[in-house]
Design a protein around this ligand. Structure first.
Ligand SMILES: [Zn+2]
Ligand SMILES: [Zn+2]
Ligand SMILES: [Zn+2]
Length: 394
């Protein structure tokens, strides 16, 4: 059914091996997440999205006005607004009022986790234990965000709602939880001194939110660390944007040269205005866990890339280099900017966040390079730096 196999490779763990050849741009896999969730700050800053699939719930005009803090901005060719169809049919949870892009998403959320996760009238009550857990997390993880404790909250609700708990646990176990690699003597940075207190505070808040006989197996220090390690090393960043979608659509239009030039000028102007106010925070962002996609290993010279072409949380894996049958399919866990850094810098990020030493062809080629950090490297020991970056969103 798939054009690849998930195989155990000695010394490396699971890997995705291609069983046919792929040309550049070809789709290798399309997958819905096991669970996904918008980032906490992203949601509280007003990036309106479907509570289930993360599809943006703003028109392109609303999006651009909010991002530029300018309510006079008018977007031309608004008939090409990609979000209009979803806004016309959006639904709400009758109890807590969270919004969904469609009745399908509302029902799916309800059947999977929202029956338990719904906070009803306490949705915006700061003293609700779930909200307190989220606030504890937010104070430790300021933007740019790379993970969210709310993925674990959703998983707990899924477990409670599941009528086949054994199967749920099997799926959960299929995500490797790595926080320590004893062989290579690597420890996840969240186990470092800087994060010790954070872990304790989060654990206390977590136990308060889930003081529940049924979840007793999850509310031990060890189980909590395993869950954190699991989302840290497996979650994939998701990014959607009404503005980017609109730009893609209108750029494909057949227009007279003069109009085309004017449109391009206008797009440049919008980007400079939103950049001035919102900086790099243009997208609706979150993270998800994907059963198959999470088995793909990292390479600093990846032959595939995870993309989100439907403006929701469905990941589409595309070849970015020709792939032969039998070859391992790899993506990059580092973003484009991180990928250009020195071998030492790349390996440091991968080691601290994903608990492995990269042995990709590029790292091997550069193995004699001095152990120096790139000049542009941020201070990775900063408290704001996050512990779970699953970033390779397009
Ligand atoms: Zn949706
Ligand atoms: Zn609700
Ligand atoms: Zn590498």
């Amino acid at each position: 059914m798939y054009s690849f196999e998930i195989k155990e490779i000695p010394g490396k763990g699971l890997a995705m091996i291609s069983s046919k050849s792929f040309a550049v741009g070809e789709t290798i896999l399309e997958e819905e997440p096991f669970v996904s969730c918008q980032f906490s700050w992203n949601a509280s800053y007003g990036y309106a999205a479907c509570d289930h699939c993360m599809r943006p719930l703003e028109t392109v005009t609303e999006n651009v006005r909010r991002l530029s803090n300018n309510n006079a901005l008018i977007v031309p060719l608004a008939e090409h607004d990609p979000t209009t169809p979803w806004l016309e049919q959006f639904k709400q949870c009758a109890r807590c009022k969270v919004r969904y892009c469609s009745e399908d998403c509302r029902i799916e959320a309800l059947n999977k986790y929202h029956r338990v996760a719904c906070m009803g009238a306490f949705y915006s009550d700061d003293t609700h234990p779930i909200n307190m857990l989220n606030e504890t997390w937010k104070k430790m993880h300021y933007p740019p965000e790379t993970g969210t404790i709310m993925l674990i909250v959703r998983l707990m609700a899924m477990y409670k709602q599941s009528n086949n708990k054994q199967q749920f646990l099997e799926s959960l176990k299929s995500f490797q939880s790595v926080i320590v690699n004893a062989e290579e003597k690597i420890y996840h940075k969240m186990l470092g001194e800087n994060f010790e207190l954070q872990m304790e505070q989060l654990f206390v808040a977590f136990c308060r939110a889930f003081a529940d006989e049924e979840l007793a197996a999850f509310t031990t220090v060890e189980a909590f660390k395993a869950l954190m390690g699991m989302i840290g090393t497996n979650s994939q960043g998701i990014a959607t944007s009404p503005l980017a979608e609109w730009v893609k659509k209108v750029s494909d239009l057949q227009l007279p040269d003069e109009d085309k030039a004017r449109l391009e000028e206008y797009i440049d102007d919008i980007y400079s205005k939103v950049g001035e106010f919102a900086g790099e925070f243009l997208n609706t962002e979150g993270a998800g866990l994907y059963i198959l996609q999470s088995k793909i290993n990292h390479s600093c010279v990846p032959n595939a890339q995870s993309t989100f072409p439907y403006s929701n949380d469905i990941v589409v894996l595309k070849a970015v280099a020709p792939i032969e049958a039998g070859e391992e399919i790899c993506i990059s866990y580092l973003d484009e900017c991180q990928l250009t850094r020195s071998r030492h810098s790349r390996q440091k990020i991968l080691k601290e966040n994903y608990i492995f030493i990269c042995q990709c062809p590029k790292c091997q080629l550069q193995c004699t390079d001095p152990d120096e950090t790139s000049e542009d490297e941020d201070d990775d020991d900063d408290m704001d730096t996050d512990d779970n970056d699953g970033e390779m969103s397009d």
